[in-house]
Design a protein around this ligand. Structure first.
Ligand SMILES: Cc1cc2nc3c(=O)[nH]c(=O)nc-3n(C[C@H](O)[C@H](O)[C@H](O)COP(=O)(O)OP(=O)(O)OC[C@H]3O[C@@H](n4cnc5c(N)ncnc54)[C@H](O)[C@@H]3O)c2cc1C
Ligand code: FES
Length: 620
């Protein structure tokens, strides 16, 4: 369903693509995923068992939206833009073993996911040298670039997306009327403009997929491969959504709240006409309100936390002290939902989605303190889309592969890279900022990006044997010091706000409590909970062996979605706390890239330090 948004052009669909031979109207600038969802066509790839899968993450991580475009398989519909006359087919099941060399080549290209316009054309090569390399052009990366430039460093920012802004500041794909845009769009435009005006070079549409030590990163674009060489590295790779498996969560039409928001904010496409939003956290409420404002029927918001608990007054008071504007935004979203008669069901979650090849009926249930569904109070609602937002997991693969020490965060169950206030990790010259380090929202990301940018510029300067620009007491130095102080204060305030916010949204942490024996846990390899439980022998005692025994985590998403469940099962069977196990080790390529991009590049063997104290082991 196409919708309108203030300030964004709502021109009619102006080009035609074909889906399995049937003409489909599309808008220049939109993604293939947006064109499919706008037409109510949710199915993309077919799994080995014959099940249909559709857009899930909306950000190039899950590979569930793989389609065959103009004869080339494994293209990700959420990243690929429509072109006139484009032919789209659902992707057939991936082959595990190819029978001939030719088939092997085709399968490998498909498995790699993103691909170039002509697989046979040799890829161009580009080496990019800079003082500070920033990976990720979200709020953290852009702020880091601006700060590092101000501190006198030569900066390159690389991002896999076609435009800068990351998740929070993602921009509309169509013409805009600047003044009529909402504040989130406008602040993003200002930050992007500041980064460009600073003289930083922005390299878009390039995925960093590997490394050859902290100073050398490997990247891939559809038509070329990159080698980035830098004195200092700021990793601001953001986060992806945490998965909670339950029966029917793999059906087309069930997607993350972030995916629904990207469809809405970037492409003016609603996830569906009747949408259920379920999960934990403020983004669900924001997206539900934005859907309502766009004319979508939101059947309910099932929020795991009990927001209206009297004990929450202290969190609201802290939020009012530290983030009045965000608190007001939140109240406005809730008021929008109230006016539209949308219930926010505290202590509830979606526990099942059913339908004939796509989401049609969802079951909601109250959730007990142990995270299990209660039988009393279940209700069924008709839907055509379900949005899931159970919080975020930092994209820490690159940092961990470089050997940065990471710890398991007990509250979120995610690995977080150990770093100081400026983002310096255990590896000299490698800094981490924003949600890629610890989930803290866009404001924390921005402030931590500024501090990391300043610190990275210092590292680069030291390594190049250059002096700090300006004389002691000069305007240049005073401005730099003031910028650092402002960012430190901002970071403290924003972190305090986030602490109170997550106090308000405190809820049982869901891992596998909603899954049944036959529920798929690993979406890529279709491994069920019972298969994992059968394989989880106490002596395996780690996620890695369980992965090798079942193939869970071996698919294109690299275990990003099943890792918490697999790790929790392994820990439970081994009788150790989940925090003692490190989950899956990051493997290059971190994200799907064309096979040609990696064929001749040789990334270094990786060193990862696990949360098991002091134990470092090479990757396998
Ligand atoms: C799908 C999604 C939607 C969200 N929507 C909202 C929202 O509406 N409101 C809100 O308050 N918060 C939202 N969040 C959380 C919010 O994104 C963050 O708090 C904020 O954007 C973090 O900023 P960041 O710079 O750390 O990361 P991001 O904004 O995520 O930016 C990271 C960037 O790095 C790029 N990147 C990652 N890995 C690589 C790589 N290997 N190679 C090249 N590029 C790479 C990504 O494509 C991305 O552009 C969302 C998060 C997600 C995942
Ligand atoms: S929806 Fe495209 S990769 Fe996940």
């Amino acid at each position: 369903m196409r919708v309108a948004k203030p300030g964004v052009s709502t021109a009619e669909a102006d080009l035609s693509v074909s889906l399995s031979g049937e003409a489909l109207a599309a808008r220049a600038g939109e993604s293939v995923a947006a064109a499919l969802v706008a037409a109510g066509r949710y199915g993309c790839r077919t799994t080995r068992s014959g099940a249909a899968r559709g857009v899930f993450c909306g950000m190039g991580v899950c590979a569930e939206c793989a389609v065959t475009i103009d004869g080339v398989g494994g293209r990700l519909a959420c990243l690929e833009k429509v072109r006139p006359g484009m032919s789209i087919e659902p992707d057939p099941p991936a082959r595990r073993f190819a029978a001939s060399a030719a088939a092997a080549g085709a399968a490998a290209a498909g498995a790699a996911g993103a691909a170039g316009p002509d697989e046979k054309a040799p890829l161009l090569e580009e080496e990019v040298r800079c003082e500070v390399l920033v990976v990720g052009a979200g709020p953290a990366g852009l702020a880091a670039a601006v700060a590092a430039r101000r501190a006198g460093a030569g900066v390159v920012v690389v991002d896999e997306r076609s435009g800068a802004g990351g998740q929070y500041f993602k921009q509309p794909a169509f013409a805009v009327e600047e003044e009529a845009l909402d504040r989130q769009y406008r602040s993003g435009r200002q930050l992007i403009a500041a980064a460009l005006a600073s003289g930083a070079r922005l390299v878009s549409g390039v995925r960093v997929w590997g490394q050859d030590g902290p100073g050398t990163l490997l990247g891939a674009a559809p038509d070329r491969r990159y080698v980035f060489r830098a004195e200092a590295l700021v990793i601001s790779s953001g986060a992806f959504e945490r998965a909670v498996p339950f029966p029917g969560w793999t059906l087309p039409g069930v997607m993350t709240t972030g995916a629904a928001q990207t469809l809405l904010r970037s492409y003016l496409v609603a996830a569906g006409r009747r949408v259920l939003v379920s999960g934990n956290g403020p983004l669900n409420i924001q997206v539900a309100a934005e859907l309502v404002a766009a004319g979508v029927e939101v059947v309910a918001v099932a929020e795991l936390a009990r927001l209206y608990h009297p004990g929450n007054a202290r969190f609201l008071a802290q939020m009012a002290l530290t983030g009045q504007r965000q608190l007001l935004d939140g109240s406005r979203y809730l008021a929008t939902l109230r006016r539209a008669g949308v219930q926010v069901l505290g202590g509830h979650a979606v526990v099942e989605v059913a339908g004939d090849g796509r989401a049609q009926v969802a079951t909601l249930a109250p959730i007990g303190p142990d995270g299990r569904a209660l039988q009393r109070g279940k209700r069924r609602v008709e839907v055509d889309a379900v949005c899931l937002g159970f919080g975020f997991v930092p994209s820490s693969e690159l940092a961990r592969s470089l050997g940065c020490v990471a710890d398991l965060d007990e509250r979120s169950g995610a690995l977080v890279v150990r770093r100081d206030r400026a983002g310096r990790t255990s590896v000299p010259g490698v800094l981490v900022a924003g949600d890629g380090g610890r989930i803290g929202g866009a404001e924390v990301a921005r402030a931590s990006g500024t501090l990391a940018g300043i610190a990275a510029a210092e590292v680069a300067r030291r390594r190049a044997g250059r002096r700090t620009p300006g004389r002691p007491g000069s305007r240049e130095r005073l401005t730099l010091a003031a910028g650092r102080r402002r960012a430190e204060l901002q970071l403290r305030r924003d972190e305090a706000f986030q602490g109170a916010l997550w106090g308000l949204f405190a809820a049982p942490r869901l891992v596998e409590q909603l899954a049944e024996a036959g529920t798929i846990v690993c979406r890529c390899e279709e491994v069920t909970l019972s298969e994992l439980e059968r394989a989880a022998e106490p002596w395996l005692a780690a996620a890695g062996p369980l992965k090798r025994a079942t193939r869970a985590g071996m698919g294109k998403c690299q275990g990003r979605y099943c890792s918490p469940v697999v790790t929790a099962l392994a820990a439970r069977r081994a009788g150790v706390a989940a925090g003692r196990l490190s989950g899956f080790m990051p493997q290059a390529p971190f994200l799907p890239v064309p096979v040609g991009a990696i064929a001749e590049a040789a990334p270094a063997p990786m060193q990862t330090t696990s949360p098991v104290e002091g134990r470092t082991f090479p990757e396998r």
